[in-house]
Every structure is written in structure tokens, then in C-alpha cells.
Design a protein around this ligand. Structure first.
Ligand code: GLU
Length: 554
């Protein structure tokens, strides 16, 4: 171009007086120890938090924690089309539910913390305009007045021709060579324009960068004159990324793999602006196996309820479980670490980006359930009680009222087979508790006595009748069990399981069958936690009534 670029800069940005040098001073390099990483999670406020978002944010926070760095939350709200009212709250609530704590950034509706803000892109117009103005001054940006029609015309010509790349570049970039007079005239006429990057990339050149997760990646250099500011002055993602990650002093840009193809553009922009290019790590997608056709696919907001983080809150998965499970997906050495540090806070795991697999990771609800059962099994009864009450209060009021009516009884109930070296692993989420313990509450108990095939009616009757005669609420576990053993022989069963296995033809069954009949009569279940504890919580009246009811039905 053969005009004074300063003149153009004044023409385009008459009100911008700040300078990049001032911004550099206002947002200085962070004073962190050697090796500390500054990461960010940068969602668009689309009104819900995707499980992939939680996954990504976890990577950001763990990376910062493991290096003594900073993780911050930036809201990228420049794409008004994708935005919904109060979309930020859904994201913040999602993070709060899972104790994802950012050191800096947006903390709520119109609130934030940290010295590198504002952390919401729509409040950063001044910064983008200062940087854009300097790019114009340096001859690295220009206004483009092409209309939507003209752009689609270019596109269709490119599609017809044999161009390898489509976009605004080279001979297609008509506005690149407008004279200052032409630009002035267009502006006087009120023609809308965008600000474009003046790329000096060459079609035959390649660039490479080291992706921390994927290693060296080589790609053609960027040659496109990308839009920096849209006609309303709002930056594109690409330009905002360069400005924000520079002035927020991000050292490691960790983001979804869908951005890999944009890296050449981003490197070109960072360089043009005179900014140091950050390190990149592109994380894999969170995938699942499709129930219908067995293929691996992205979790979809439309098809998969578990795509939204709120699903896990509503289902009552403890936050610890989901975090624990995501960590197993993030680093394959997490499980070894967990075995060596069974009680450690998951966030103290020495996470390593380099150990992340670049291929899509499979989100498997069945595995999450298993992990969650483990996590819940080692919680103490007091915590389990509070978690259940908190969940039920919000999602199942009937259950809440019954469950919290007698807190001591409910705590004792959830403590059965808990707080022991080998706790029972049977509850994966709080929404299961009502059904799981339904026999503990008359309000939810629906008796359904069904004998196992190997036990005859008369025998069941005899077992229950004999048991009622010896049953006492005073019995501790040992007495309780010895009474059941004592029932066996007179009724043709054996107290000795081994003996039964040796000579099954000699007996009607063994002590396990006898206790099963009692268990069924009292709970309508073949499997429960420790029956003696259940019976002592239910109390004499209920036990006798339930057994008598079954006897009547036999
Ligand atoms: N706002 C972008 C998105 O939601 C974030 C990409 C990035 O982390 O740089 O996809």
C-alpha cells in the first residue's frame, strides 16, 4: 500500500488513544515461579456446561495446580448468536457443583476477581481496538468493504476453480489494495466494513509447532486475510484469542482439538501483534459408544442426557465421583496414584499434560457407576447422610421428609456395612437410595414375597414360624446368627455350607437359604446389607408384622 497507515489508523479509530505499550504495562508478565503455567478455560455462554467442558476445565485447573500456576475463567461472549440469557450462571453453577475452583476470572453474573480483567470479552472492546489500531499503523490490517453477496461470489468462483484453499486472500482479496482515497470515500458513504488481517503468508510455506499432547504438528502457513473485527467492532474468536491470551499472560492454551486447524492463523496473528506465541495443547473429544450401532461418537447434547454436567447433579452423583472418574480418563497413571494415595484430594494429583492420550476418550456411564460406588463406599455415614439429604431436598421432597424425619436412624441405616475395612459398594448415586433402602420406610415399602425355586412353601413357613419364637430385639450379630444356625437342623437344613456342598442330597438347603427366607420376609429382597442391623433398626413391631403377613400369605 502506498499511503500513510497512520492516517488510516486515525480514520478508522479516531477515538482510540491508548497504546499497546500501555497495555503491556497494565498487564505485566506474571510474577510466578519458574515452570508455573497459566491456563484458562474460555467457554462461550451457551447456557449449559458440556461434560467436555468440565473435562477441559479440569485439565486447566490441574495443570495450573501441578505447576504452582494460575487457572482462570474467561467468558467468550462475542458470538451473540450462540448466546442465551444468563448463560454464564449455568456454567458457573456447573463448576461450583463440582468444586472446580478457578484462581481468577469470572465468578458470577457481573462479578470477577483478578488483575488481568475484564475477563468477559464483551467488556474488552477497548483492548481489541488498541491492538487493531496498531496493526493498521503497522500496515498489517485494512478495512474490507465486501458485501455478503460479494463474498459468496468469491466463494463460488473458488469452488468452481481449482483453488486449494477457499477464503479471502491473494487475488480474491479485493480490498487489500484499496487506496486511502477509496477507503475514505467508502467510509464517508457509510459503507459497513470489517477489519482484516494483511497476511504475508505464502502458499508453499509450512509452519510447525509442538502440541504438548500431540507432539510436532506441521501445517501450511496461513495465507488468509482473516477478519479481526466484525463490522460492529466486535472481534472474531481468532483476534480475541491473540489479544486475550497475551494480555492475560496465558502460558498454555489448552483447548479442544477442533481448534488445531486454526493454529497457523493464530501463530500469524500473535507474531503480527508482536506477542509471544503461547504453548498449545489440544485435548481430545469426549466420546461414547452409541447404544444402537456400537460406533464411537461425540457426546451429543440432543441425544445424550449425560452430555450436560447438570445431569450428574440431578442424578445425585457425588462431585467426588465424577471428578475421580474424569481423572481416570485424563491420565492413565491416575489409578496407580490413587492406590498409593487412597485418601488424597483428587486435585493434588500431579497431572501431566504429556501423559494425556491424543485420541478421543470414552465416557462410560457403567464405569462411572463403578467408580462412584467405590468413592461412596469410603465416605463416612455422616457425610453420606448429609449428601443424601441435600440431594433429596432439591430433587425428591417426599423422600427428603421421610429420610430426615429421624436423622439418627437414617445415619445408622447408611452406616450399615460402612466405616469398616471392607465397606459395601452398592450405591452409585443418591437418586438410588430411596429404592435401595425402600424396605426401611413404610412409606416406600411395597412387600413382594417371592420364594426362590429351591425352597418349598412349607419349609419357608416352618422357618419363619420357628424364627418368630426365638427372635429378640436384644440379639447382637453373633447371637442373631447363632439363632439362625440353630434353626437349621431341626428343619432339615444344615448350618454348614461346606457340608451341604459335599452332600446336597442330604439336606433341604443350608444356613444361607434359611437366612434368605427371613431376609425376604423382612425386606422382600434376596440381597441386602447386614440383615441383623436392618432388623434392629426396623424394630420388633415391624419385623413381627412383616413376618406374620408373609406367613398369612403362604
Ligand atoms: N470460546 C471457545 C469455545 O467455546 C474457546 C476456545 C478456546 O479455548 O480457545 O469453543
Amino acid at each position: 500500500m502506498n499511503y500513510d497507515t497512520n492516517k488510516l489508523a486515525e480514520l478508522l479509530f479516531p477515538d482510540v488513544t491508548g497504546t499497546v505499550a500501555e497495555l503491556e504495562e497494565k498487564y505485566p508478565e506474571r510474577n510466578l515461579k519458574e515452570g508455573a503455567r497459566v491456563t484458562r478455560f474460555a467457554p462461550s455462554p451457551t447456557g449449559y456446561l458440556h461434560i467436555g467442558g468440565l473435562f477441559g476445565a479440569l485439565v486447566d485447573v490441574l495443570t495450573a495446580r501441578a505447576t504452582g500456576g494460575v487457572a482462570y475463567l474467561r467468558v467468550e461472549d462475542t458470538d451473540k448468536k450462540r448466546e442465551i440469557d444468563d448463560g454464564v450462571s449455568a456454567i458457573i453453577n456447573g463448576f461450583n457443583s463440582f468444586s472446580i475452583d478457578f484462581d481468577e476470572g469470572v465468578t458470577g453474573f457481573n462479578t470477577e476477581k483478578g488483575d488481568y480483567g475484564p475477563y468477559t470479552q464483551s467488556q474488552r472492546a477497548e483492548i481489541y481496538h488498541i491492538v487493531a489500531k496498531e496493526l493498521v499503523q503497522k500496515g498489517l490490517a485494512y478495512p474490507c468493504f465486501c458485501t455478503a453477496d460479494e463474498l459468496s461470489q468469491i466463494r463460488s468462483e473458488q469452488e468452481k476453480g481449482d483453488a486449494l484453499i477457499w477464503g479471502y486472500f491473494g487475488k480474491w482479496a479485493k480490498c487489500r489494495d484499496l487506496s486511502l482515497e477509496e477507503i475514505e470515500k467508502n467510509i464517508q458513504e457509510g459503507k459497513p466494513y470489517v477489519l482484516r488481517f494483511r497476511s504475508d503468508g505464502q502458499e508453499d510455506k509450512r509452519i510447525s509447532f509442538d502440541d504438548i499432547i500431540r507432539g510436532k504438528i506441521e501445517m501450511p502457513e496461513n495465507i488468509i486475510d482473516e477478519v479481526l473485527l466484525k463490522s460492529d467492532g466486535i472481534p472474531t474468536y481468532h483476534f480475541a484469542h491473540a489479544c486475550d491470551d497475551h494480555f492475560m499472560r496465558t502460558t498454555h492454551v489448552i483447548r479442544g482439538e477442533e481448534w488445531i486447524s486454526s493454529v497457523p492463523k493464530h501463530i500469524a496473528l500473535f507474531k503480527a501483534c508482536g506477542f509471544k506465541v503461547p504453548k498449545y495443547a489440544h485435548t481430545p473429544q469426549v466420546m461414547k459408544i452409541d447404544e444402537e450401532d456400537g460406533t464411537k461418537r461425540k457426546l451429543s447434547k440432543r441425544k445424550d442426557p449425560e452430555a450436560a454436567v447438570s445431569y450428574f447433579v440431578e442424578e445425585g452423583f457425588p462431585k467426588e465421583s465424577l471428578i475421580e472418574y474424569l481423572l481416570t480418563l485424563l491420565n492413565s497413571n491416575f489409578e496407580d496414584w490413587r492406590r498409593a494415595n487412597p485418601k488424597a484430594d483428587a486435585f493434588s494429583f500431579p497431572f501431566n499434560l504429556k501423559k494425556m492420550s491424543p485420541s478421543g476418550c470414552l465416557f462410560d456411564l457403567v464405569k462411572l457407576n463403578d467408580v462412584s460406588k467405590n468413592v461412596i463406599s469410603v465416605m463416612n455415614a455422616e457425610d453420606v447422610y448429609s449428601y443424601i439429604a441435600e440431594w433429596a431436598k432439591k430433587y425428591d421432597e417426599d423422600f427428603f421428609n421421610v429420610f430426615t424425619a429421624d436423622p439418627e436412624k437414617s445415619k445408622a441405616m447408611v452406616n450399615i456395612d460402612r466405616e469398616s475395612p471392607k465397606p459395601r459398594k452398592d450405591i452409585a448415586k443418591w437418586s438410588e437410595v430411596k429404592e435401595y433402602f425402600s424396605y426401611m420406610f413404610d412409606e416406600f415399602y411395597a412387600p413382594a414375597f417371592e420364594l426362590p425355586e429351591n425352597i418349598q412353601k412349607e419349609d419357608a413357613k416352618a422357618i419363619l414360624e420357628s424364627y418368630l419364637k426365638v427372635y429378640s430385639t436384644e440379639d447382637d450379630k453373633d447371637v442373631w446368627f447363632s439363632k439362625i444356625k440353630d434353626l437349621c437342623e431341626p428343619l432339615g437344613f444344615t448350618p454348614n455350607v461346606k457340608e451341604y456342598k459335599k452332600n446336597p442330597e442330604l439336606f433341604k438347603g443350608h444356613v444361607g437359604d434359611v437366612s434368605t427366607v427371613i431376609r425376604l420376609a423382612v425386606t422382600s429382597r434376596k440381597n441386602t446389607p447386614d440383615l441383623c442391623s436392618i432388623m434392629s433398626l426396623l424394630g420388633k413391631e415391624k419385623i413381627e408384622a412383616r413376618i406374620n403377613n408373609v406367613l398369612k400369605s403362604l
